[in-house]
Ligand binder design. Structure first.
Ligand SMILES: [Mg+2]
Ligand SMILES: [Zn+2]
Length: 211
């Protein structure tokens, strides 16, 4: 394996070709660990008040939205299938998340969730690709013109199976995931705002300047 750790820049979105960077029109985001702080291990965000935005998340959503990108959320919420929270509770959490995102200029176009427990062997729980495929189908934007942002290896695997390029953020489980996968395996950003700035900057930089 040539995964020896070499000094040098960490690979990021910038290494994608200008054409590839320009083509991104849809961002699919994992929720816990990307938008909000994870609940403690074994527990879930069950109430709106327990949903706490990560630093940079609201700003990142707003930057992407202002650049004209479609925003979808795709999240595993097995707490529902395990009977630890109700669908009504999950909807209340998502209503507040959407309201706050919109109030900060980063309105979400779609929020997709898998409510199933792992034992149910559904097709939507990441690393299965179902949620991602649904997000792509609803968008009308090609999988290859979409990127997925995740913090967990399951997110990256679901993206791979759905044919969607993926990037990692170092929030939530992101640093641990980056270590597990090797630092060169996937582009990684400190948080959503850093990634959003890279996407927006590269889109603008490659455009011919007006006279
Ligand atoms: Mg996550
Ligand atoms: Zn499911």
């Amino acid at each position: 394996m040539c995964s020896a750790i070499l000094p040098g820049p960490i690979p990021t979105f910038e290494r994608w070709s200008p054409e590839k960077r320009m083509s991104v029109r849809h961002v699919i985001l994992d929720r816990d660990g990307v938008l909000n702080h994870d609940a403690p291990p074994g527990s879930y965000v069950r109430e709106p008040a327990e949903f706490r935005w990560l630093p940079g998340a609201l700003e990142g959503l707003a930057l992407l939205r202002r650049a004209g990108l479609r925003l979808s959320v795709a999240t595993n919420q097995a707490g529902v299938g395990r009977g630890l929270m109700s669908l009504e509770q999950l909807h209340a959490v998502h209503e507040r998340m959407q309201a706050q995102a919109a109030a900060h200029g980063g309105a979400l176009d779609a929020v997709l969730y898998c409510p199933h427990a792992p034992e149910e062997q559904c097709a939507c729980r990441k690393p299965a690709p179902g949620l991602i495929q649904t997000a792509v189908a609803r968008s009308g934007i090609a999988a290859s013109d979409t990127i997925l942002v995740g913090d967990d290896q399951r997110d990256l695997e679901a993206a791979r199976l759905a044919g969607v390029p993926a990037v990692l953020v170092r929030t939530g489980k992101g640093r641990r995931t980056e270590e597990l996968m090797g630092h060169a395996a996937v582009p990684a950003y400190d948080d959503l705002s850093q990634l959003a700035r890279a996407i927006v900057a590269s889109a603008v930089d490659e455009r011919p300047r007006g006279k």
